[in-house]
Design a protein around this ligand. Structure first.
Ligand SMILES: [Zn+2]
Ligand SMILES: [Zn+2]
Length: 263
């Protein structure tokens, strides 16, 4: 079984847990140590159970809690050279650098890093595989590239950024420069871009679809749902909304028969 959950999702902090057997990785950690431990406990986990921390990029909503957590539980931190060069991940006990588009293993999980257009040094997002199933975690990208479409096609579950509603962003109180940044090609996906990407990726095979990194200022679940419905049809039990304060609870992808360890 490939399982995943979130500690929180949005511009105030992100962390996603992905687990296969006793291989448990945290993708990003934008929370304090205390808050991370509290949120892990809500998912029935202790920080000491983590096998590794994967970092998508150095923005503080993804990186602020990484090095302190890694130091305390002594786990390796996986990141790109560019993310390392940002200087925001100093103090990690062990750093493993990977190149985008390489695949590597962390215990029973296979990890593929995919380069994305975002305003960080060398940002990436991840596709994780176990037991013949795959999960795409795809947030923090300002536009959709053919590379992203190719690499995330055919996922069994997807955590996808529905960051902002363009109209709400335009009318909202952000300074003009920040509005341009968020809406730009190296910012974040708006609801319509996310829906169009989903249409390109196809939704038939998806067992779970999580709408993530939803802006609390420039979006709301209703607007995101409306955009999604235009390509997805009526929303069903496969659709989950990630929240800033509690992420989302465990979701699972049972292994394809004959693949992976029965759990
Ligand atoms: Zn972010
Ligand atoms: Zn970011």
């Amino acid at each position: 079984m490939l399982r995943f959950a979130s500690l929180g999702s949005g511009s105030k902090g992100n962390a996603t847990v992905v687990a296969a057997g006793d291989s448990i990785v945290l993708i990003d950690c934008g929370f304090s140590l205390r808050e991370t431990r509290r949120r892990l406990a809500l998912l029935g986990l202790e920080a000491e159970q983590l096998s590794a921390i994967l970092v998508t990029h150095e923005h503080s909503d993804h990186s602020a809690g990484v090095s302190r957590l890694a130091r305390q539980v002594n786990v390796p931190v996986y990141l790109t050279q560019g993310t390392w060069n940002s200087g925001r991940l100093q103090g990690c006990p062990e750093v493993v650098r990977f190149n985008c588009d390489h695949r590597f293993h962390i215990g029973q999980l296979e990890v593929e890093a995919v380069a994305v257009p975002h305003d960080a040094r060398e940002p990436c997002q991840f596709r994780l595989r176990h037991g013949g199933r795959s999960l795409g975690v795809l947030t923090d990208l300002g536009s959709v590239t053919s590379h992203v479409v190719e690499r995330f096609r055919g996922c069994d579950a997807l955590v996808l950024e529905f960051n902002h509603d363009l109209e709400m962003l335009r009318r909202g109180g952000y300074p003009p420069a920040l509005k341009r940044r968020v809406a730009g090609d190296w910012g974040h996906l708006n609801n319509d871009q996310a829906a169009a990407l989903l249409q390109q990726l196809g939704t038939e095979k998806l067992q779970h679809l999580v709408l993530a990194h939803i802006s609390e200022n420039n979006n709301c679940p209703q607007r995101a749902a409306l955009a999604l419905a235009s390509v997805y049809g009526p929303l069903d039990e496969r659709v989950v909304f990630a929240a800033q304060d509690r992420g989302f609870d465990w979701l699972g992808l049972p292994a394809v028969a004959g693949q992976g360890q029965p759990l």
